[in-house]
Write a new protein. Structure first.
Length: 250
């Protein structure tokens, strides 16, 4: 019943976006940090608007590079740092940045493994030193963990333990199959993975929140439909879906 109410609210918000005469095909390219909420929201958008959305996912740096090198789409979804950079390069329409969600970094272990203490930065540091293997991504969450390791002065001690997850493989999957004892990634990308125990977010004193945003590509083929999608993803009615996936509205 609650899900129906959310979808009804989302559909109602689409009525406010009226004015697009013909159904369009919208091409979206983005990194997977926002994927879980997006995958639930888009079908509602398609049903209510008549538009069709085609989506391609890739690692943050990969997608940013592809767009910078000339790949076109209607909407680009990336962390704000990459969206702002593409705006500066003139690849996205000025003023089109639309923040959709934000997420902190979470910690996971293999399902059933002994739990580790992540209640403080010192406790987490000790856990990394004691672990046999540590995995993180090539995205913003991974860059943050790499910085913490260096700030804590344990880079040399854990260097041989680090397993970098491929851009198309969630860190949780690496942990679930025994490829690493401890995994770090955006909360939204960990909570959906089977075979792991999600322990919670990083301690507040070392947490980093990434804001994900959508931007309108300068060469968008269906700009009006793309703007409608961006408005839909950032509408207040989308908040319950976003929160359910471990994120907060942008």
């Amino acid at each position: 019943m609650k899900k129906k109410r959310v979808l009804s609210a989302l559909t109602a918000s689409l009525v406010m976006l009226a004015g697009i005469a013909n159904a369009a095909e919208i091409k979206v390219i983005g990194s997977p940090g926002f994927r879980e909420a997006y995958n639930e929201l888009v079908p509602a958008f398609e049903k209510a608007s008549g538009h069709h959305v085609m989506t391609q996912w890739g690692g943050v740096n990969e997608v940013a590079k592809r767009v910078a090198n000339g790949e076109t789409a209607d909407v680009v979804i990336l962390p704000v740092a990459q969206i702002d950079d593409l705006l500066k390069q003139g690849k996205l329409v000025a003023g089109s940045r639309t923040d959709v969600a934000k997420s902190g970094v979470g910690v996971a272990i293999r399902s059933g493994a002994p739990r580790i203490d992540i209640s403080s930065a010192d406790a987490l540091k000790r856990a990394l030193l004691a672990a046999k293997s540590i995995s993180y991504s090539t995205g913003p969450s991974g860059a943050h963990i790499a910085r913490l390791i260096q700030q804590w002065g344990i880079g040399d001690a854990v260097k041989s333990k680090i397993v970098i997850a491929p851009s198309d493989t969630p860190v949780g999957e690496v942990v679930a199959r025994g490829g690493a004892e401890i995994g770090f990634q955006q909360v939204s990308e960990l909570v959906r993975i089977k075979g792991i125990d999600y322990l919670g977010p990083l301690p507040p004193e070392v947490q980093e929140v990434t804001v994900f945003a959508a931007g309108l590509h300068k060469s968008a083929v269906a700009p009006d439909a793309a703007k409608a999608l961006m408005k839909f993803l950032s509408a207040p009615a989308a908040a319950p879906v976003i929160k359910k996936t471990g994120m907060e509205p942008g």
